[in-house]
Write a protein that binds this ligand. Structure first.
Ligand code: IMP
Ligand code: MG
Length: 184
């Protein structure tokens, strides 16, 4: 049996993702200048596929760095506990910072990241997320660039995982209920 059989439906097909990522990059290109030399902070692991596609459409000088944040266990429900497992290499004081995230769900993770990075005194701090689930929000987050607003469904693919699998799917999809039920 192929792991593609675990997918109940495709929510956002590959070509739609590709076009939207290009749109977002266009908006971001309007926002920064060469002189800004912003730092794109990719939130691992989920945002790595999105970041890789996004930056290939950016036309200004920028730097990339990574943070690993843990907010979920291996299941689909937020533990509510947010921790930094890997931090940025250097100071962001006086830098223009763009956070690149895969999905904003309750907003707890992003709220924590924003508060944490604000204490480091960046010149500006913006948020770009591929996906947002507005109906799930517990903490309001100012979002500067949003790819898609999606309904309250647990999604995988294009970097997003379920129990660390399915990140390689080229589309955003929803798993069959029995697959999610089988989680440890
Ligand atoms: P929040 O703190 O509830 O906003 O959760 C944000 C994090 O939870 C994201 O960075 C994802 O890693 C994960 N997450 C939330 N919803 C989903 C989903 O539908 N699929 C996969 N991961 C998700
Ligand atoms: Mg994430």
């Amino acid at each position: 049996m192929c792991f593609l059989d675990d997918v109940a439906k495709v929510l956002i097909p590959e070509d739609v993702l590709r076009a939207r990522v290009r749109d977002l990059a266009g908006q971001i290109n309007q926002t920064y200048t060469q002189e800004d030399f912003p730092l794109l902070v990719c939130i691992l692991k989920g945002a790595f596929v999105f970041l890789a596609d996004l930056i290939r459409h950016l036309n200004f000088r920028h730097e990339v760095d990574f943070m690993v944040i843990s907010s979920y266990g291996s299941g689909t429900v937020s533990s509510g506990v947010v921790r930094i497992l890997l931090d940025l290499e250097r100071s962001i004081e006086g830098r223009h910072v763009l956070i690149v995230e895969d999905i904003i769900d309750t907003g707890r993770t992003m709220s924590y990241i924003i508060r944490n990075l604000q204490t480091r005194h960046p010149a500006s701090l913006r948020v770009c997320t591929l996906l947002s689930k507005p109906s799930r929000r517990e903490i309001e987050i100012p979002l500067d660039f949003v790819g898609f607003e999606i309904p309250d469904e647990f999604v995988v693919g294009y970097g997003l995982d379920f129990a660390e699998a399915y990140r390689n799917l080229p589309f955003i999809g929803v798993l069959k209920p029995e697959v999610i039920g089988m989680a440890p």
